[in-house]
Design a protein around this ligand. Structure first.
Ligand SMILES: Cc1ncc(COP(=O)(O)O)c(C=O)c1O
Length: 444
């Protein structure tokens, strides 16, 4: 009897159990469907690598974006945050590119660059810098930026340290991180003309130091190391043969008076120097994307392999243009000489204008087209609404109140300063500084 009742109970329950199972199965697969098919359920940020998430947006690009947003609202913004010459590429260089198009130079270039260009760069390094490199030691890339990145990828393993004197070009620390290394910053001040001393370098070197990277002329300070100063650094490096030296000489041709010096000149370190240069600044060719590296053969070979796997060579048309530029001695180019004269005049103008503003301590740059005044006197001051705590606050304040776009020093590892680019007309420089002075005057 009891077993009969169990049998009937099961008979009643079984369809219900099946129905329940069926419904929950359907519900589960519907939820799974929602999870995988609805795009906004996926947190895309989680898909990005930790390496990419550790990178910051370029401060110069951020400032350009912010000033564009203001301009779109109809505000008359003066942009002094620009990192490129406001001049056109020389005529002969443009013609060489047009000819390359006419000649159907439209096929894949050799990965390390066309041989004619590598030979011309080797000859240029002898002509301008008294440095002997085989064309095989030269790798042409999509801008100096890629040349630096290639060598970082070739050299760095997780945890390797790269010493960077501040103020530095915004991209250096991010490039080190992208390649898995750790940036180690050496500070400097306007009083030392933003150049580090040999003792500072020596104190920063550890057993984990793999490389050192600097630019002379420097972005953002415009400071230039003399031969004596470079000799002091080279002497330290001579004691640490495991440290590679990135010498970024992209502003070589934009100097006022003195002859360009390269740390590669010193025999003790020559075989560890990664000389970086390109056409972007000296020949006003930022958009053509041609840069190069001259390095020891073993490193050039490694960079060739890396470049072959992810970008191949720089565009054939740009390389034809670059060949014409590299063959040109800038001393004989009226366009380059005119550009230099204008940069020097603007530097002098900006220096004299900034020198008259209370609390602004400008440096006197010897190269590039930037000035990097110390503005820390304004920290803690207010206009009644906004309190300035750092260089970033001051930049935001000057953009909002003076409608002048500058770049804050913290982006270059030096929070006491802000960067003025004078790659613009004298009229705009005068008007920008006038507005800046008025806005700064309101801070107390
Ligand atoms: C110091 C420095 N190095 C390298 C570069 C990048 O040059 P390129 O345009 O050849 O990539 C820049 C550009 O601003 C720079 O300021």
């Amino acid at each position: 009897m009891a077993s009969m009742s169990v049998f009937f109970t099961w008979l009643i329950l079984l369809p219900k159990t099946f129905a329940l199972f069926f419904i929950s199965h359907k519900l589960a697969s519907f939820c799974l469907h929602l999870h995988f098919k609805t795009p906004n359920k996926v947190d895309h940020q989680q898909l990005l690598s930790n390496r990419v998430k550790s990178l910051s947006e370029s401060a110069t690009l951020e400032m350009t974006r912010k000033s564009r947003e203001l301009r779109d609202k109809g505000v008359d913004v003066i942009t002094l945050s620009i990192g490129e010459p406001d001049f056109n590429t020389p005529e002969a260089v443009k013609q060489a590119a047009i000819q390359a198009i006419e000649d159907n130079q439209s096929h894949y270039p050799p990965v390390p660059g066309i041989m004619e260009l590598r030979k011309a760069i080797s000859a240029k390094l002898l002509r301008d810098n008294a440095l002997k490199y085989n064309p095989s030691q030269i790798i042409v890339s999509n801008g100096a930026k890629q040349s630096i990145m290639n060598a970082m990828f070739a050299l760095l393993d997780e945890g390797d340290e790269v010493i960077i004197p501040a103020p530095y070009w915004v991209s250096y620390p991010e490039m080190v991180k992208l390649a898995g290394g750790s940036p180690v910053v050496i500070p400097s001040t306007v009083e030392q003309d933003f150049k580090i001393l040999p003792e500072q370098l020596e104190a920063a070197i550890t057993h984990r130091t793999k490389a050192f990277i600097f630019s002379s002329p420097c972005n953002p300070s415009g400071s230039v190391y003399s031969q004596v100063e470079l000799a002091g650094l080279a002497k330290v490096f001579a004691r640490y043969p495991q440290v590679m030296i990135f010498s970024d000489e992209i502003y070589e041709y934009i100097q006022f008076g003195q002859k360009h010096e390269s740390i590669a000149f010193f025999e003790d370190v020559f075989d560890r120097v990664i000389l970086i240069n390109g056409l972007s600044k000296g020949f006003a060719m930022t958009g053509w994307r041609v840069g190069y590296m001259a390095a020891p053969q073993w490193l050039a070979d490694a960079c060739n392999t890396i470049q072959g796997q992810y970008t191949s060579g720089s565009s054939t048309i740009s390389q034809a243009a670059a060949l014409q530029a590299v063959l040109t001695d800038p001393k004989n180019s009226p366009e380059i000489q005119d550009m230099l004269k204008q940069f020097e005049n603007r530097r002098n103008l900006l220096f004299s204008l900034l020198s008259t503003i209370e609390g602004v301590v400008p440096n006197m740059p010897q190269g590039a087209f930037y000035m990097f005044p110390d503005i820390s006197w304004y920290f803690g001051k207010t206009d009644g609404n906004v309190t300035i705590r750092n260089s970033y606050d001051l930049c935001l304040y000057l953009l909002a109140e003076a409608h002048v776009a500058l770049v804050s020093g913290d982006a270059f590892g030096c929070d006491d300063c802000i960067r003025f680019s004078y790659a613009t007309s004298t009229e705009l420089i005068e008007e920008a500084v006038r507005r800046v002075a008025v806005a700064l005057h309101r801070l107390h």
